[in-house]
Design a binder for this molecule. Sequence first.
Ligand code: B12
Ligand code: SF4
Length: 490
Amino acid sequence: MTSAVVPHPVSSIQGMRVTMVLPALTEATSPLFRPVKYALFPPLGLATLAGYLGDDDEVRIWDEHVQRLRLDDDRPDLAVIQPYITSARRAYELADAYRSRGVYVVMGGLHVTSLPDEAAAHADTVVTGPGEDTWPEFLADFRRGWPRARYHSTQRTLTDLPPVRRDLIDRRRYLVPNSIVVSRGCPHHCDFCYKDAFFAGGRSFYTQTVDAALAEIDRLPGRHLYFLDDHLLGNRRFAEALFAGMAGMGRLWQAAGTVDSVLAPGLLEQAVAAGLRSLFVGFETINGGNLAGQRKRQNIGRDYAAVVRRLHDQGVMVNASFVFGMDEDGPDVFDRTVDWAVEQGIETATFHIMTPYPGTGLYRRIAAEGRILHQDWDRYDTRHVVYRPMGMSARQLEDGYWRAYRDFYRWSAIWRGAATKPLPRDRLRHLTYAGGWKKFEPLWDLAIRTRQVTRVLPLLETLLGSYGARAAPKARPVEGPGSRRFELHG
Ligand code: B12
Ligand code: SF4
């Protein structure tokens, strides 16, 4: 594609100094308490892009969620910034600060793809869509001294990726250092999701080769993995081959999947045999009428209770995701949703206030109806109401959202959820997992701040290991470069 060229002579082609920044929204940087979710996962997107830099480039990754950025001392040749919608304001502040001292700024990722013109006011180059094709192209142009102002991804492939630069990540700062993605996108087209906008102009669901995915898994130390793929089970052939390769590796892992993929005969069993112990499931709403409105077709007419039962029967914990404020929702939706989730014995739940992200079908529809209240991206965080709801007031929606969290994570509700489990062992695990996650959040935060979190990870592994229809084989780390990291026993 063509776009304006930004002349920018760099002193040498090799040996660039590059700073990559994942900016944080304010609440994630509080010196007192930060919700632990901000220290869950390392900046995988930036570490992926860092893989394309040369051996003699000097690269560092700053994740503002877990470390303070020392901006004043920093004058790299290139600043790479990845804003999410909620951190866009901060991202632009940082970009402006770098540019004011002559540092070249390139921005990309989800929010930039939704609103490239907004981002372009703060960056020398903006890159839209996934980075695997455009980023190496930009780097080559930048090294030649002639980067363009815009790049848009059209060639979507995950073959021959350089290894993710995990060496640039301080694992002790994260509760889940082994996050991994082996695919991009998803085969579905939900109206509220970022996906169709981000992948516009090319394929919107594609995977690594199975061998490359297994090799990436093999490179990760310890037992626990968290797949951040939008829908790990979305391509059955790929998923089956991946799980076959993982069976016997001794891994314990968590991932996200849709209700229809859970109900698909046979696939879940293979995932469990490969170590799946907890699944994030997008139930979204218990009001069937909402699903058609959101084009969430794969959920329509599905028996949600059967989904939970099937996961529990296989020994898989459920992290259920719900969205409040869709057009069919009235003020009763909060209690009904929480009651349903507790009755099913769901271990953890994530609630969201419906948020129309720019670029999505939902945004276009709500905007056309004149219902967008403001464009203060800071508050597009799924905890604030940013549009005029149909079935209740904005106040009712926000209050109901917070009440749902309180009610679901009350000890009495946790007990009630645990009591749905037939075996005492299962009840105890429910209590430990659901209670341990929400009730001891400040302790998690402390462990992360004091970089003791790697000591806590074995607890999570033990707990996940006690789940599962069949016990996963034990894994033992093996020393020495080039060797497989795990040898299998039993
Ligand atoms: C892990 C995750 C988190 C983690 C942390 C993220 C981290 N450490 O990187 C946590 C739990 C903290 C989190 C929090 C939130 N998240 Co979140 N999260 C994700 C998730 C599941 C995976 C991100 C990931 O690692 N992807 C894999 C990597 C490889 O991809 P990537 O980061 O996008 O990078 C690629 C491209 O974007 C591109 N790229 C990125 N940056 C750049 C820069 C340049 C220069 C170039 C060339 C290319 C490029 O190239 C990379 C390689 O292809 C995504 C869903 C998704 N599929 O992306 C949601 C997602 C990003 N989150 C989202 C949201 C809404 C939130 C929250 C607001 C939710 C909430 N209620 O609190 C918060 C706020 C985050 C914040 N700080 O502002 C939305 C973002 C919507 C938007 N338009 O911005 C997503 C898309 C989920 C969704 N379906 O709605 N999140
Ligand atoms: S199933 Fe999930 S990832 Fe896929 S389009 Fe729908 S919301 Fe997005």
